[in-house]
Design a protein around this ligand. Structure first.
Ligand SMILES: N[C@@H](CCC[C@H](N)C(=O)O)C(=O)O
Length: 275
């Protein structure tokens, strides 16, 4: 195969390889995704964002463009809040969308986006839903948490001690009866009424410097714990800061940066050697 166009970008240091593939002709196998995301064998990233027309995938979406998101281990996930900002900026800068407001298709549903003049992006994240409580074992101790569905599954644990000290090198253990498809786990400190600190261990990736859906889950969980239906909060993650709102209708928005760092061509011979 000839070389394959790629871009590398990140949203608050949650990094992605973008593969423009309007007609859906790339055979994006789990092995290829894992190799691309490997920081020694490939380009290195937390995930892959394939830019494909919804019609080419026969996706259940009214949006013209569909974010086909894959985790670094090759698994498929429903939604990526940091990825969708990078995806939206790409669509505008490449002229595929006129902007500044349009919708992006995802497996969690269509997501309205607005690309701002400063190139930050606001995404309508749907309605985060608290589905119950559960526990996780992390860094040698059991913690309790709030389960939140943001299109993908999350368990949010609010801790009194500083989350920056947690050892997340080992994946936290969780109840697979509650989360049969796996779960993203957020550890949160309340720094003020409208400020959270968060670290995350992502399903299919490991610890990442940020998780957009995770920040929405964290704000929804903390609002729930204090008995509020709506509110807003900044969330500090190792990769920066984002802003989350939950409106009176239950709908959430996420605002944060979208950054491109490189573009180029994957070697066709390398791609062909992986199936
Ligand atoms: N980093 C993402 C979430 C990516 C998907 C997640 N790992 C999952 O498997 O659900 C974000 O910014 O939301």
């Amino acid at each position: 195969m000839a070389g394959i166009e790629f871009l590398k970008g990140h949203g608050t240091l949650n990094d992605f390889v973008l593969l423009p593939d309007p007609a859906g002709s790339l055979e994006l196998t789990p092995r290829r995704v894992a190799a691309l995301c490997d920081r020694q064998r490939g380009l290195g990233a937390d995930g892959v964002l394939r830019v494909v027309r919804s019609a080419a995938l026969d996706a259940d979406s009214a949006a013209e463009w569909f974010m086909d998101y894959r985790n670094a281990d090759g698994s498929i996930a429903e939604m990526c809040g940091n990825g969708v900002r990078v995806f939206a900026r790409y669509l505008v800068e490449s002229g595929l969308e006129a902007g500044p407001e349009f919708a992006v298709g995802s497996r969690a549903g269509d997501r309205p986006v607005r690309v701002h003049d400063d190139l930050s992006v606001t995404v309508g994240m749907g309605r985060p839903t608290v589905t119950g409580t559960s526990v996780a074992v992390v860094d040698g101790r059991q913690v309790s948490g709030v389960a939140v569905d943001v299109g993908n599954p999350h368990l949010v644990s609010v801790l009194d001690d500083d989350v920056r000290a947690l050892d997340l090198r080992e994946p936290p253990r969780y109840d697979s009866e509650v989360f049969p498809e796996g779960v993203n786990i957020e550890f949160v400190n309340l720094l003020g009424p409208e400020l959270l600190r968060m670290r995350v261990h992502e399903r299919g990736v490991g610890e990442t410097r940020a998780c957009g859906t995770g920040t929405v889950a964290a704000v929804a969980a903390t609002l729930h714990l204090r008995g509020d239906d709506s509110g807003e909060s900044a969330v500090e993650i190792p990769g920066g800061r984002v802003a989350v709102t939950v409106g009176s209708d239950g709908g959430a928005t996420l605002t944060g940066p979208a950054v491109f760092v490189a573009r180029g061509e994957l070697e066709g011979v390398w791609w062909d050697s992986l199936t």
